[in-house]
Every structure is written in C-alpha cells, then in structure tokens.
Design a protein around this ligand. Sequence first.
Ligand code: NAD
Length: 496
Amino acid sequence: MTLEQTLPICIAGTWRLGAGERYASCYPATGEPVAWLNAASLDDVEAAVQGAHHAFVHSGWAQRKPHERAAVLYRIAELIRQRAEELAQLQRQDNGKPINETRALVASAAGTFQFFAAACETLEETITPSRGDFLSMSVYEPMGVVAAITPWNSPIASEAQKVAPALAGGNAVVIKPAEITPLLALQLAQICEDAGLPKGLISVLPGKGSLLGDALTRHPLVKRVSFTGGTRTGKHIAHIAADKMMPVSLELGGKSPTIVLDDADLDHAVAGVLYGIFSSSGEACIAGSRLFVARALYEPFMTRLSAAAAQLRVGDPADERTQMGPLISAAHRESVERYVALGLAEGGHLRLGGERLSGGMFDQGYFYPPTILEGLGNHQQVCQEEIFGPVLVALPFDSEEQLIEQANDSLYALAAGIWSRDYKRAWALGRKLQAGTVWINTYKQFSISTPFGGWRDSGLGREKGRLGILQYMEQKSLYWGMNQQPLAWAGVEAGQ
Ligand code: NAD
C-alpha cells in the first residue's frame, strides 16, 4: 500500500472504500499525510449497523459458550502483541505521541483483551435466595449492536476498553474513531477478523462525529453507546439516549486537582505532578491540571517544579528519549494558546513556557512547551475549563478546609492526586475529594481490573473491572417453579 492509495474501511465484514469524502490522517510532528482514506457516509453507517445486527443474529457469536468467545479474545490479545511494534509506530504517526507512550497503549490494548477474555470465561451468574417454592436466578444476555465512539488521544487503548467487554458479552460492535485518528481502529478490526471473530461483528466508521456518530447513536438497532470524548458531545449523546431509553456510558473531560500537602515527599511530588500534567502533552482527560500547594511550601516547590519542567524533552516522537510530542493539530494548539492568553488576561502570569518553540521540527509540527500559570483564583476560567494541553495552573492554599472547597469546586470530577507522607491525613482527604479516581502518592497509574469513570460533568457509568462486561449485557431474572401443587390462588387441586 503506497501513501497515495486510499485505505479501505471495514463495513460489516467487507473492506471497501468509504463513500464519504477523501481525507488524510496527518503526522502532527510534521503535518505530513500518513495515509489517505475515504470517510464513511450515512449509507455506510446504515450498512454497518444492519450488517452488525445480521451478524449478531446469525453468526452464532452470542450463543457461543463464554470460554469459546474468550478463546477468540485471547487470540486478539496475542495478535496485538505479535504486531506491537508496527502498531505503536503507526499510532505514533497517527496521533503524534512519543513512541514509548504508543508502545504502552498497544500493550494496554493487548492486556485489556486478555483481561476480558479471563473475565468472560469466569463470569458467574447467580442463584438468588428464594422466597417461595421456586428457584430464582439472575442471568445476563447480550444486547445486540453496540456503538463505541472514541476520541483521538489514546487510540487502540480506548477502543480496546469498549470492544473487548462488548465482544465478551456476545455483542456486535460498530467503532466510530475520532476523525483525525482512524488508523488504529482499522488495524484492530483487521486483527479481530484475523483472530477468528465472525465477519460483520466489527465495523469501523472513520469521519465526522457530528454526522456519523450522531447517526449511529440515533439508530434504532444500536442498543448501547459507549462514548469517550468531550463533555459537550457526551451530553448530546445522553439526550439522544434518553429519547431511546438506551443505556450509555460517558467518559468525559476533567480538570483534576493535584494536591501537595506540607508533609509531602518533594522528590515524589515533583516527579508525580510533572508526569500528571505534562505526559501526553497534557492531552489526557485525567491530566492533573490544577495544582494546589501548601502555602509554606509554595515557593520552594514551584522553583523545583519549574526547573524540572524546563528540562523535559519536547521533540521528535520517534526518539525514545522524547517525553512530550506535538499536540494533535494546529487548531488544537491554537485553542491551548487562547487559554494561556486568557489566563494572562485574567490576571495570571507565566512561571514557565507560554510561547511556541521554534527551529527544526518545531516549525512544522504542532509543538507546545510545558507551561505553568500562576496568580489566578480557582474560580477563573482557566482554572475551571479543560485546556487539554501542557498547561498547569498553580494555586497556593492556606488550610485544608479551603483546599477541599476549592478542589471540589469544579463542574468536573474525574480524578485527583494527593502528595503526603501522612497516610491517615491522605486517607481522610482522599475520602472528601469528589472524583472518580484518587491517586495517593502516585498519579496516572491504571489497572484494567479497577473501575474507571467520572462524576458530574466528567461522565456517567464505569469502564474496566471484571464486571465491566455486564455494562454490555442486559440483566434477566428467571424463576423456576418447584412447587408440588398448582399455585394456590386459582383453587385448582393437583390431579383433578
Ligand atoms: P469529541 O467529543 O470532540 O469527540 C469524541 C468522539 O465523538 C469522536 O469520535 C467524534 O468524532 C465523536 N463525535 C463528535 N460529535 C459527535 C456527535 N454529535 N455525536 C456522536 N459522536 C460525536 O472529543 P475529542 O476532542 O475527540 O477528545 C477530547 C475529549 O475527550 C476531552 O474532553 C477529553 O477529556 C475527553 N476524554 C475523556 C476520557 C475519559 O475516559 N474520561 C478519555 C480520553 C478523552
């Protein structure tokens, strides 16, 4: 396949050109095209959903025993691992993340399939305590066609978190990847087919979310949407879902507080705060983007933090030493720059960064340096809105009461970090913070076996965890009559 050729997309088991507009996936480090493809059209959405429904009804996937479905999922994990380096390099080009990070995302995707394979074959249904002459059971059934709508910041890992439990649960999946990062979802579909997943059970529809994602969400045959992306889009999907009475899970934005108490181990805190905000160039829903530091420590801590941030290696994503690659697009970098300008207009000042880098690759790609804003109040816009870039706002605090009030004063409630040597104090604070995940003396660490999700504007529902499969299944209760006599009410005697 040469660069000029147009990539086929996967529609209900058929690999063909999309019927929408031709466009390129571009390498954010250079702006150069990596691959050309045609977006899906609305007719392609229809074909993908009808094909998925047909495969769900006729392929026998839903009826396979859990250990049989698990065998295919294990094989998918294996194939991802076999092709790990190729996938990581492709993802680096598709979204510009440093190679070490894309390797970790690919490994995470393989781990997710392995985990849900194991969860699938060990999932138990229950016999519930009976209150009469019957046996009562709680069982789970597949839903049908599931839509997986994903953002551009962690392709393959995000898709795996939806596709693996959905397939484990016996469903068909239509993936709508972010328009600008379609390549890894297409690779994943190919791997699923290579692993023996019946054709039609997986489709990938690259293109505009407002057109394709919307149509997919509204489609009557789509029985569940699992969405990761921005809060505004998530609320739009929630409205459609309400009209259809359709379950959704929404993994949305964040503005997570990361807190350095006056007894923190400063080496750990500096390293953790840096990693929390600047890894992935801040393009992470869980980025620790609001830093609260005990006032007594504030100046010495900020001096150390900014000196260390200034040393971070921003540059070529192909270089294994690179810690921060470019931002996803020119438009996104402009949005980050507008936020920095807004912070300054709101009365803040720059401790570090705030200006584009120049020379070599920096003149071509969408790079932006680690940036720290100070002198702002938590109520101000840059402290309240998700910037989704390498911009940290730092605020000193005087008391824990004030800290808790401010940390929780956000529409978002996705994650939080605490740095303290005192575990009892950190425990008490951790319980008071409103967030789906609280990290204590660490940050941005994940286990597929631990549920993940947000409160309030950060989302609805949870992904991951053994029981994550049940999000993609309908619960059903079964009652088996065990009585020797007919039900008493009708007055019918046995044998009459
Ligand atoms: P986005 O909301 O613009 O797009 C996400 C996906 O939704 C894309 O595939 C897009 O094409 C699709 N989409 C857009 N409009 C749609 C519509 N009307 N109907 C259906 N689908 C539609 O988000 P983005 O810019 O791609 O990603 C960045 C956002 O994702 C950030 O806010 C970030 O915090 C969030 N995010 C959240 C998590 C989490 O787990 N909580 C993880 C990663 C990213």
